[in-house]
Design a protein around this ligand. Structure first.
Ligand SMILES: NC(=O)C1=CN([C@@H]2O[C@H](COP(=O)(O)OP(=O)(O)OC[C@H]3O[C@@H](n4cnc5c(N)ncnc54)[C@H](OP(=O)(O)O)[C@@H]3O)[C@@H](O)[C@H]2O)[C@@H](O)CC1
Ligand SMILES: [K+]
Length: 518
């Protein structure tokens, strides 16, 4: 499902009106009535509603909701926040209708109105929030703060129109304060602010209504953001043929692990193998070989002589590079340590390995000091940073990245021609052609040591199996989240270990392939 900026929605609406002759008032009517019917069908235990409208078109939608709710037999009171003189266009048409049908309308433009509002919502259990939609563009002040804080204070059931009032639809940040909604009914397509944090945490449920905008108008607007849904991800998965052997499922090389960080190598290898790949080779400092072999016996290890304890010697790089040109993918980084040996390995791999590369953790740290190496890269490359690593790679602060992961990932992937997997509570996958995919499954239990190593292993495993590089990244992120969710259901979020995600991956893959077969 596509994901939009407010400008995308405005463009789609413009196309619908100007090219296809749809009337904007019709769309407002459909938007408002879709919310009202959603409320009616929920059979809520009330005979009364409060609708809180702003003075823009979101408020206009609220006026339509109020009219329909009244028709359904509910007692409705409309509170307008702001100066009613500012209501114009379609919203004004609907406002005038309310006056003609004797709707009870109150105004919250000063303290008096606020007291009246408070009194009313204390006794009315259901509130429709139509204060701001995609048009909010600045910090909220005064009377708006007072209104929103009162809505939140009494913990009533709140239905937000389009987006909880206070969320920026373009990035999900909050303009000072925000309505806490139980349900949001959004129109045409979800907005980035409905999906990204913190905005998405302000609504427990999100419903999308099409409101009569022609699909043609939506398709004509090239939309670059997309949510990764199960339906979308499962198409990338290849069914395993009955008459196949391990040679059909690809070969991967991994460089991971160093003294004290052997666990990272173990997790990466286990995850790669669990993704279904045929043959896995791990390059490992020789002193760690026994531990790896005992922990992941399915991995072929290449124990390499150490010039420094627990670190692969620099003299082996030629061999690794040469070997990696005969496999389907090379992954570098998990638990490698921040060493000059790894830095040189990353440099040579970027320059000389033609197979796709997956670079994570210490591999990224090496790259961030020498980002221009990417200019020399001919083959495909996936980078899987968390916000700290992304900060070192991009120069943006962690705070900036957390506030705007979609736009920063998009810019970086296009600039450096990489598939970028920016990890976070909503992992973003950005591709060199400017497409951006946002993953929405997963849970806070997955924010645990080794979780990223598991993701690197999964993506590596899928690339090895011949799934296109960007699709492997999307599928890997989706299944990583799905595996985490399955295991959190069994064990809870607190006790979740990265190793559980590896176990969950087997079940997640089983679920997804079952869906594929149906
Ligand atoms: N376009 C369409 O055809 C359709 C649109 N639809 C609906 O319209 C919504 C978008 O409507 P919109 O563009 O009018 O913006 P909206 O969210 O109502 O906010 C603008 C108002 O808020 C005000 N304001 C802003 N920030 C403020 C602040 N911090 N503090 C105080 N005031 C502030 C701003 O005031 P101003 O900046 O002019 O002073 C203006 O009055 C969309 O989400 C959907 O619900 C549907 O009906 C389908 C058809
Ligand atoms: K709203």
């Amino acid at each position: 499902m596509k994901l939009t900026l407010s400008s995308d929605i405005k463009k789609i609406e413009e196309l619908s009106y100007e090219k296809y002759g749809i009337q904007s008032i019709t769309i407002m009517e459909n938007a408002g009535s879709s919310v009202a019917y959603e409320i009616k069908e929920a059979n809520l235990d009330t005979d009364e509603f409060v609708v809180v409208s702003g003075t823009g078109n979101n408020g206009g939608d609220g006026f339509v909701v109020a009219r329909h709710l009244q028709n359904f037999g509910y007692k409705v009171t409309v509170f307008i926040v702001g100066n009613p003189k500012n209501i114009s266009g379609d919203a004004k048409i609907n406002f005038d209708i309310l006056k003609k049908i004797d709707m009870q309308i109150e105004n919250i433009s000063e303290q008096n109105g606020l007291i009246k509002f408070e009194k009313m919502i204390k006794k009315c259990p259901y509130i429709v929030d139509a204060i701001f939609g995609i048009g909010i563009d600045r910090e909220i002040s005064d009377i708006y703060i007072g209104t929103i804080e009162r809505i939140n204070l009494y913990k009533k059931f709140v239905i937000s129109v389009d987006i909880p009032s206070g969320v920026d639809s373009n990035d999900g940040h909050i303009y000072g304060t925000c309505v806490r909604a139980d349900k949001t009914v959004s129109f045409i397509l979800p907005k980035i602010g409905n999906i990204m944090y913190p905005g998405s945490s302000y609504s427990d449920e999100l419903i999308i209504k099409t409101v009569g905008i022609p699909v043609k108008a939506i398709n004509e607007k090239k939309l670059k953001y997309q949510i990764v849904t199960e339906k979308f991800a499962k198409n990338f998965l290849m069914l395993r043929k009955r008459d196949s052997h391990k040679g059909n499922y690809g070969k991967a090389n991994i460089i991971a692990g160093s003294s004290g960080l052997t666990g990272a190598a173990i997790l990466t290898c286990k995850a790669a193998l669990r993704s279904g790949l045929g043959l896995l080779k791990l390059y490992i400092p020789e002193s760690l070989n026994t531990l790896i072999t005992l922990s992941v016996p399915e991995t072929v290890t290449v124990p390499l002589h150490e010039m420094r304890k627990g670190v692969i010697g620099i003299n082996h790089i030629n061999r690794i590079v040469e070997d990696s040109n005969s496999v389907n993918v090379l992954a570098i980084g998990p638990g490698c340590g921040n060493t000059s040996e790894i830095s040189e390995t990353v440099r040579r791999s970027i320059l000389d390995v033609k197979a796709p590369l997956v670079i994570d953790a210490d591999g990224l740290n090496a790259l961030s000091k020498n980002i221009k190496w990417l200019l020399e890269r001919e083959g495909e490359i996936v980078l899987t940073p968390h916000p700290g690593e992304m900060s070192r790679l991009s120069g943006y602060s962690i705070d900036e990245i957390n506030k705007n992961p979609i736009h920063i990932a998009n810019e970086f992937a296009e600039k450096w021609k990489v598939v970028l997997v920016l990890k976070g509570s909503r992992t973003v996958i950005a591709t060199p052609d400017g497409s951006v995919y946002v993953n929405i499954n997963g849970n806070p239990g997955m924010a645990t040591a080794g979780s990223g190593d598991v993701l690197t292993g999964i993506i590596t495993g899928f690339i090895a199996q011949g799934i296109e590089v960007y699709k492997s990244a999307i599928l890997g992120v989706f299944l990583h989240g799905m595996a985490g969710d399955l295991m959190a259901e069994k064990r809870g979020e607190y006790g979740l270990l990265a190793g559980d995600i590896v176990d969950g991956l087997a079940y997640a893959l089983k679920n997804l392939t079952n869906l594929n077969e149906k």
